[in-house]
Design a protein around this ligand. Sequence first.
Ligand SMILES: Nc1ncnc2c1ncn2[C@@H]1O[C@H](COP(=O)(O)OP(=O)(O)O)[C@@H](O)[C@H]1O
Ligand SMILES: O=P(O)(O)OC[C@H]1O[C@](O)(COP(=O)(O)O)[C@@H](O)[C@@H]1O
Length: 320
Amino acid sequence: MILTLTLNPSLDRTIAIGALDRGAVIRAAAAHLDPGGKGVNVSRALLANAVASRAVVPFGGDEGRQLVRLLAAEGLDMVTVPVIGPTRSNVTLAEPDGTITKINEPGTALSPGELDTIAEAVLAAAHEADWVVASGSLPPEVPADVYARLCRRFAGAGILVAVDTSGPALACALGAAPALVKPNAEELAAATGMPIRRLGDVVEAAGKLRAAGARTVLASLGADGAVLVEDTGIWYGEAPVTEPRSSVGAGDAMLAGFLAGGGHGPDALAQALAWGAAAVRLPGSRMPGPADIDPGCVAVGPPDPARLLSSTPPAPAPLP
Ligand SMILES: Nc1ncnc2c1ncn2[C@@H]1O[C@H](COP(=O)(O)OP(=O)(O)O)[C@@H](O)[C@H]1O
Ligand SMILES: O=P(O)(O)OC[C@H]1O[C@](O)(COP(=O)(O)O)[C@@H](O)[C@@H]1O
C-alpha cells in the first residue's frame, strides 16, 4: 500500500483561454474543476490503475468539503482530517500552444494541534504502507522540517519515504535521508544553486542531492522526460507527446507510476514516463488509467550528458 500525505491540498480549476493578454477581459473557452494537491494526485493516479493507496487529507471550509466530495466521488481511500482554515483553490490558465500559467494560493496555516492530529493519522495508517509519499508545498507557518521528521520517524521501520517538495522543506528533508526525492528542473536548480541546461547538469545536480542525503533522485524534466539516479545506476528516458493538453498533475502521475512500477530501476522509470505522458494528454489534472497509458511511447537508456534541455529553468538565486 502507498500512503500519501498532502498538507496543502487544493481545488484545482483549469481554465482554457485563447492567449494570456494581461489587463484584458479574457473569455474562457472551457473550465475543469479537479481535486488537487500533490499527494492527493499520486493517490488518484494509483487508484485509476488499481494500485492500493490511501490519502491523508486535511480539509477546511466549503472548499475543503467540496474537495472531499470530489475525492469520494472518485472512490479514493482517504483519511480526512478536519481543520479550521479553508482549503485553498489553485488556478491554471491553459493556452492552446500548451503554455500553462499556474497561480497557487499559499493555503491556510495549520495549528500545532492540527499538525499533531494529521501526524497521528499518518502513523496510524503507515503500518500497512510500503511507501509514504509526502508531497507538495507547506501551508504558512508549518515548520520546514515537517517532512524531515516523517523521514526520521520511519527510518529503520521498513517504510520508505518519498518527498516531492521545494525550498526549505526539501532542504530539510534531504538531511533526513529520504528514500526518494522528485525534483523538477527548477527545484533541482534551486536546491543545488546550479544552472540546469544539459542532461549532464541534471546528473551532477542529482548527485549533489544524493550527497546531501537522498538515496534516489527522480528528476522530472517536463517535455524532456526524466533522469533517475540511484545506487545501481543512472538512466534517462523520454516519452514525447505531440498534442499536450495539460501538464498539471503530470509530475504526480509520474511519481505514482514510478512507485507502482517498483520504485527503482529502468523499468520503473519507463512506467513513470508512460504515466506522466498519459497525464499530459488529458485535460486539467485528470489522472490516467490503463486505457490512457501507452507503455510503447517510452525510450529509456543512458543519458547523453551533452544533450541540451529544450527549456532551461530560471537561473537559481545564489545560495545563502
Ligand atoms: N510536454 C510534455 N510532453 C511529454 N511529457 C511531459 C510533458 N510535460 C510533462 N511531461 C511528463 O511529466 C513529467 C513531470 O513533468 P514536470 O513538469 O517535470 O513535473 P512537475 O509537474 O512536477 O513540475 C515529466 O518528467 C514527463 O514525463
Ligand atoms: O503544493 P504546491 O507546490 O503548491 O502544488 C500544488 C499543485 O500541484 C498539483 O498537485 C500539480 O502538481 P504537478 O503539476 O507538479 O504534478 C496541483 O494539483 C496543485 O494545485
